[in-house]
Design a protein around this ligand. Structure first.
Ligand SMILES: Cc1cc2nc3c(=O)[nH]c(=O)nc-3n(C[C@H](O)[C@H](O)[C@H](O)COP(=O)(O)OP(=O)(O)OC[C@H]3O[C@@H](n4cnc5c(N)ncnc54)[C@H](O)[C@@H]3O)c2cc1C
Ligand code: FES
Length: 367
């Protein structure tokens, strides 16, 4: 049985990865690079704000990480990602140090819902809040708005540590100069140099309120919000917007990191299992039924992959929804459900990468 699964996994692996050849590597800041790829044949179809999943082998073990496309399919001839180093991080350090033009990197096709449809008739005010590397998907969306919606305007509030850490600083300056009536960029630096004249300090509710109040609200614009950055910035922004009565449906969010998922992984590794038991779980994958055994230290995705199932996944942190399944029977416990809407959760959808078996007779279907 195991070999059969393994064979199937390899077959899918061969066909579903897209090899992208690196065209150019641009150092944006001391700890961030942008990597642009040659267009594959046929050209890669993506929406601004979506992400690629990079699939790489480290010491013989395949691993994956998600990176948002910082480019716009309407503006940029070549798709690109920007990667900020994380201390001790496997992918982010490799991509910052060891990638060069000509290298081929396997990716999964673009995914993600942090995007929007554009129309030349739209009269929208896009209010975008980015922190650190959270600027990447926002950059692709911002460029797409400017080129596709002549009657829409954009206010970008971008939080960085200091002047040297501002990713796309020059590009943003040029875009703001070229679109003075339509794009306002407000940088907020938490640890600027003494000569910095702009907004400063760690973003809190008061500073966010004053930054947002500078946005030019006008009745004729339909407001739409995009938030991407560390939890602190996203939570602050969301709380203020909710207090101001902004309809949640107008707020689009993308997180790159889940502290809750990370904590749960650490606890599981340390044997803190919170009353969970080893259970058998039936997975219906593309119509085929498979039984797997899930012990309390494993998520359903980890157990399935280890037992040879070719289950879909990307971020492994409950954020991207690539591993989405639906519980038909039984109960799971989710460490992180940020990627799912309340409706999806009510309908029984789960994220296998952060779900643990919490009852007998669990059945999950993955389409
Ligand atoms: C949908 C999506 C889009 C993303 N887009 C981008 C992007 O455009 N640019 C980008 O640079 N990254 C992006 N990320 C984050 C990226 O996928 C990786 O998580 C990040 O590069 C760290 O991977 P790593 O292998 O270097 O670190 P790992 O080896 O996975 O982690 C090393 C250590 O750092 C901790 N850690 C990992 N990430 C963070 C973090 N953000 N903050 C604090 N601690 C952390 C881990 O818990 C671990 O202890 C995105 C993530 C998602 C889910
Ligand atoms: S793999 Fe991204 S949410 Fe599970």
């Amino acid at each position: 049985m195991f070999n059969l699964f393994k064979k199937k996994k390899e077959e899918v692996k061969k066909t579903s990865f897209l090899p992208l050849k690196v065209r150019e590597v641009v150092r944006e800041t001391p700890d961030t690079v942008s990597i642009y790829f040659e267009q594959p044949e046929p050209a890669m179809d993506y929406k601004p704000g979506q992400f690629l999943t990079l699939v790489m082998d480290f010491e013989g073990k395949e691993d994956r990480r998600s990176y948002s496309l910082c480019t716009s399919p309407f503006v940029d001839p070549f798709p690109g990602i920007s990667v900020k180093r994380v201390t001790g991080g496997l992918f982010s350090n490799f991509l910052n140090e060891k990638v060069f033009p000509g290298k081929t990197i396997n990716v999964l096709p673009p995914m993600g819902n942090f995007t929007v449809d554009f129309h030349s008739k739209n009269q929208r005010h896009y209010i975008m809040v980015a922190g650190g590397s959270g600027i990447t998907p926002i950059m692709g969306i911002l460029k797409s708005v400017l080129v596709n919606e002549p009657n829409s305007i954009v206010t970008l509030i971008y939080c960085s540590r200091n002047e040297n850490q501002i990713i796309f600083k020059n590009q943003l300056e040029m875009l703001a100069k070229a679109n003075p009536e339509r794009l306002k960029v407000k940088h907020n630096l938490s640890q600027p140099s003494d000569s910095w004249k702009g907004f400063k300090g760690r973003l809190n509710k008061d500073s966010f309120r004053s930054l947002v109040s500078l946005a030019e609200y006008e009745q004729r614009y339909e407001e739409i919000y995009f938030l991407c950055g560390p939890d602190g910035i996203m939570n602050t922004a969301k709380e203020v917007l909710m207090e101001q009565g902004v309809d949640e449906a107008r707020i689009h969010e993308e997180s790159f990191y889940s502290a809750a998922a990370e904590q749960a992984k650490l606890e599981a590794k340390a044997g803190v299992t919170k009353g969970l038991l080893t259970r058998d779980v039936k997975i219906i994958l593309e119509g085929e039924e498979h039984m797997i055994t899930v012990d309390p230290s494993k998520t359903i995705l980890e157990a399935g992959l280890e037992q040879g199932l070719n289950m879909p996944y990307s971020c492994q942190s409950g954020l991207c929804t690539a591993c989405r399944g639906r519980v038909l029977q039984g109960q799971v416990k989710m460490d992180e459900d940020a990627g799912l809407s309340k409706n999806e959760i009510d309908e029984g959808f789960i994220l296998c990468c952060s779900s643990r078996a919490a009852s007998d007779d669990i059945q999950i279907t993955i389409e």
